[in-house]
Design a protein around this ligand. Structure first.
Ligand code: FES
Length: 225
């Protein structure tokens, strides 16, 4: 199988495609494919030209940490949860998430996700269980990996500082259900940076690896708003 990777040596440098040959097991995930290519000391592209290791991130390799989020054959996905046997054709095309600045190759800087939450000025304080039997949904929303796949497919998220996307909405919902001391301030930021601009495409829910019911989080916050 051919593995075509969109590479970039450093932030702001010119991206370029490089193709590798993968001759490992078909049971591997895309994370396994990248590992297999990187394993050699002398890495070459498909034409035998020497090149460097492909930069990418992983931690859990079980679909739990979100570090390996990337775009595989045009679809945003977790590399450790995407398997060679499920890919169509003899070439897989891999590129970094497009809504975040590239650090190197497939590694992106997702700090914008955390920066947006800081603006709500809500921090985890004393836990006060809500009395509205909402614990099931709170548990689901708390599974967010912060992988950024929801932002990659969102037609409204551009990586700027205007619209913060589904990951922000779920975090606001969680914050509101845990610590209500700054709820009105948090709702103001939520209204300004989410509710005003969300067009409800719900593409975020299609790609979420944890199947978070973002629509339910939005509905609950909008009612409060
Ligand atoms: S390495 Fe953790 S989700 Fe893929």
């Amino acid at each position: 199988m051919k593995v075509k990777v969109l590479r970039q040596q450093a932030p702001g440098s010119e991206p370029y495609w490089e193709t590798f040959l993968y001759d490992g097991p078909a049971e591997n995930s895309v994370a396994g494919v990248l590992d297999h290519i990187n394993y050699n000391d002398d890495i070459t592209d498909i034409d035998g030209r020497p090149t460097g290791r492909i930069g990418w991130e992983c931690s859990c390799l079980q679909g739990v940490c979100g570090a390996c989020a990337m775009v595989i054959n045009g679809r945003p996905a977790l590399a450790c949860e995407t398997f060679v046997r499920d890919l169509k054709g003899d070439t897989v095309e891999i590129r970094p998430l497009r809504k975040f600045p590239v650090v190197r190759d497939l590694i992106v800087d997702r700090s914008a996700i955390h920066e947006s939450l800081k603006e709500t000025n809500v921090f985890i304080g004393e836990y006060r269980p809500s009395d509205d039997s909402d614990h099931g949904h709170q548990y689901g929303a708390a599974k967010c990996l912060k992988c950024g796949l929801c932002l990659e497919v969102c037609p409204n998220y551009t990586g700027g500082r205007t619209f913060y996307g589904a990951v922000f909405a779920n975090d606001c919902y969680l914050a509101a259900s845990r610590n209500r001391e700054n709820e009105s301030g948090m709702l103001k930021v939520y209204g300004e940076h989410f509710a005003k601009s969300c067009s409800k495409s719900l593409a975020c829910m299609d790609v979420c690896p944890m199947k978070i019911e973002t629509l339910a989080s939005i509905a609950k916050l909008n009612r409060k708003l």
